[in-house]
Design a protein around this ligand. Structure first.
Ligand code: UGA
Ligand code: MN
Length: 264
């Protein structure tokens, strides 16, 4: 089966570094189709060139997040409050519109495709992926799950497995989530999206519920297929790139040589 990796991305100083690292991992994955969706009103040259030069099979899309349109004032306030409190941005869901656009594209693509076999994997652009995680997801029948390293305040967040079935979860952050699993911890049979065209992400759910929102269309806990050696191996890490701090050239005593013409 083809792996459809769905990656939202947005413009920032470390974007090219993150996308370079990810694309060079993906160069080693067979039968991979990368769907990259820019969070922007127009496609950027930086991403277009990076994709072209990667020699990967890819689809380049874009849609800008309209935070104010979709979020209530209360949502935004809670988001800002928690962000300042915990110094993290994971409370304001990102990637919703981008992943939904990719799913729309995928359905159109599969309807015309001769071979509809495939698996969908939602990939942050700054995570770290072992090639082994892609081998695991080729075994997916409907929905496969596996551990994710360094996420949700834990060394590893993972489904607990008893007699080859998911019996519970080891998760500390919002353990009451219907599926306390990070986006990087599951993959879904692509054909199922044709059977459930209504399946999509939603801005109406509280933070951390995006994964549950999409999974609920396809599985209950009992249906989940534990992979990565019965969920005992970590093949993906929820790494996050630190926001770089750059000196303001205008405030430097000896002004540096201008570098605006150089893509970083
Ligand atoms: C966690 C989860 O791992 C993400 O899958 C989930 O989308 C996110 O929380 C969330 O719900 O906000 P985290 O590391 O906090 O991940 O999020 P980011 O890596 O900053 O963002 C997830 C993806 O969305 C990335 O590929 C990023 O490039 C993209 N993104 C982020 C945008 O397209 N626009 C933004 O404004 C921010
Ligand atoms: Mn991330």
């Amino acid at each position: 089966p083809t792996i459809y990796g769905i990656t939202p991305t947005y413009s920032r100083l470390a974007q090219k570094a993150d996308l370079t690292r990810l694309s060079q991992t993906l160069m080693h994955v067979k039968n991979f189709h990368w769907v990259v969706i820019e969070d922007s009103t127009e496609k950027t040259k930086l991403v277009a060139n990076l994709l072209k030069e990667s020699n990967l099979k890819y689809t380049h899309l874009n849609i800008k997040t309209h935070r104010t349109k979709h979020s209530t004032v209360m949502d935004i306030n809670i988001c800002l409050f928690k962000t300042s409190l915990y110094n993290t941005s994971w409370y304001c869901a990102s990637g919703v519109e981008q992943r939904n656009l990719a799913l729309d594209w995928l359905k159109g693509y599969l309807q015309k495709a001769e071979d509809t076999r495939g698996v969908v994997y939602f990939m942050d652009d700054d995570n770290t992926y072992s090639l082994k995680v892609f081998d695991e997801m080729r075994k997916v029948k409907n929905v496969g799950v596996w551990p994710v390293g360094i996420v949700g305040g834990m060394r590893v967040e993972m489904p607990l497995v008893t007699d080859g079935k998911v019996s519970g979860y080891n998760a500390w952050w919002k353990p009451f989530r219907p599926f306390p699993i990070d986006m990087a911890g599951f993959a879904i049979n692509a054909t199922l999206f044709l059977e459930h065209p209504e399946a999509k992400f939603s801005r109406k759910v509280q933070s951390g519920f995006q994964e549950s929102e999409i999974l609920k269309y396809f599985a209950t806990k009992d249906d989940l297929e534990p992979l990565a050696d019965n969920c005992t191996k970590v093949y993906v890490w929820h790494t996050r790139t630190q926001k770089p701090s750059i000196l303001n050239p205008k405030k430097l005593k000896r002004p540096p040589v201008p570098d605006d013409h150089i893509e970083v």
